[in-house]
Design a protein. Structure first.
Ligand code: NDP
Ligand code: GDR
Length: 375
């Protein structure tokens, strides 16, 4: 019998990679997706299996993290061996605008899943992975951050995730559930949401070099993050649930990089060097050298052109200045060895966005209108 997994947040970045990973391992994968007025399955469409055929191993169900009855019914019907609770309002800045909803979906949503497992008598059968986050460390109390570093959340998102973290620990201790927190540091990919900073940068760098955009507006360029590749991280989610005992784990690369340096790396990938001048809201990123790596790009950028500016609209009421994880425990006990370096991550993302924007350019030149400018 194939193992059954339920993934909440299956339509997101991690949900998509995890689905592919688990299908390749022979799992039957059930996914919770939200009803939306437009199709929202882009990231998993390549995995679609026609429900009319036999041996279908990917099944989607409508649902929402704010709906206990729906979650309980689905868990009862599916009887999953493993639940990966990835669904969340995952954007830190947006959580300042939607704090109550974020608490409901990200915090209480986790309780709903755990309580359903308990009430349905599945505590011995069903293992639960909770998508915890390096945002818990917030105003950091220790560098690098590890499993024992105290939390100091700095956003409604992080506070909601802190509740989710502790309720997961509590259900493990109180009811003997195999429930684990993966405290994952930032992980990115070519299918990362377009409004997270890395993807915003790689999309803009691709557009700017192709002449589809003039300037990239960003917030805090000094902020530093420990960025890994989502493909590596979803494998760790699975390994965390295969361990002998349920524990909490930091998953990170151990390298931290500023937003400014990520911008430099993205432009460098297409042969454009940037120099940053000025400070604070007046800082600008200026082209200092142009040596395009791909003649097809027909790059018209010139030395001295301003391509990055600061827009205070993207500053957060409270910021997390620096994150850098210490994944020693996962390395030693789970054999964590990330396959992608930051250079390879940037390359993967830039290749994806350059290909995407070349298509846009082709369509625009053929007279079509392309609107993909919301941030
Ligand atoms: P995404 O934002 O790409 O995906 C979030 C998923 O959750 C989407 O499928 C979304 O559905 C779904 N979702 C949001 N709200 C609800 C709701 N109320 N009910 C049901 N589904 C909902 O996030 P990632 O894939 O990047 O992250 C996965 C998880 O890991 C999240 O919990 C995130 O907070 C956490 N995390 C992420 C890290 C990262 O760097 N990527 C690092 C650490 C933790 P829809 O497609 O309809 O919007
Ligand atoms: P983060 O990711 O908040 O770390 O949360 P994000 O990419 O949004 O921000 C990273 C840093 O970049 C700074 N920044 C900007 N951010 C955005 N989005 N847009 C900008 O224009 C911009 N300019 C500078 C931010 O201020 C911040 O310091 C992500 C999410 O995936 C969470 O769900 C997850 O829990 C954490 O990573 C780990």
């Amino acid at each position: 019998m194939a193992k059954k997994a339920l993934i909440t947040g299956i339509t997101g970045q991690d949900g998509a990679y995890l689905t592919e990973f688990l299908l390749n391992k022979g799992y039957e994968v059930h996914g919770l997706k939200r009803r939306s007025s437009l199709f929202n399955t882009d990231r998993i469409d390549h995995l679609y299996q026609d429900p009319h055929e036999s041996d279908v191993r990917l099944k989607l169900h409508y649902g929402d993290m704010t709906d206990s009855m729906n979650l309980t019914r689905l868990i009862q019907e599916i009887q999953p061996d493993e639940i990966y609770n990835l669904a969340a309002m995952s954007h830190v800045q947006v959580s300042f605008e939607t704090p109550e909803y974020t608490a409901n979906a990200d915090g209480i949503g986790t309780l709903r899943v755990l309580e359903a497992v308990r009430l349905l008598g599945l505590s011995e059968k069903t293992r639960v992975y909770q998508a915890s986050t390096s945002e818990l460390f917030g105003k950091v109390q220790e560098i690098p951050q590890k499993e024992t570093t105290p939390f100091y959340p700095r956003s409604p998102y992080a506070v909601a995730k802190m509740y989710a973290y502790w309720i997961t620990v509590n259900y493990r201790e109180a009811y003997n559930l195999f429930a684990c927190n993966g405290i994952l540091f930032n992980h990115e990919s070519p299918i990362r949401g377009e409004t997270f900073v890395t993807r915003k940068i790689t999309r803009a760098a691709a557009k700017i070099i192709l002449g589809l955009q003039d300037c990239l507006f960003l917030g805090n360029l000094d902020s530093k993050r420990d960025w890994g590749h989502a493909k590596d991280y979803v494998e760790m989610m699975w390994l965390i649930l295969q361990a002998d005992i349920p524990e909490d784990w930091v998953i990170a690369t151990g390298v931290t990089t500023s937003v400014r340096d990520f911008v430099r790396m993205a432009f460098a990938h297409v042969g454009v060097s940037l120099e940053f001048k000025g400070s604070g809201v007046d800082e600008v990123g200026v082209v200092s050298k142009v040596n395009p790596t791909d003649p097809e790009l027909e790059c018209k950028l010139t030395v001295g052109q301003e391509v990055v500016r600061v827009d205070p609209r993207y500053f957060r009421p409270t910021e997390v200045d620096i994150l850098i994880g210490d994944p020693t425990k996962a390395k030693e006990k789970l054999g964590w060895v990330p396959r992608y370096t930051l250079d390879e991550l940037v390359k993967d993302m830039m290749e994806g966005d350059v290909a995407l924007m070349k298509k846009d350019k082709y369509l625009i030149e053929a007279g079509h209108q392309i609107f993909r400018y919301f941030e």
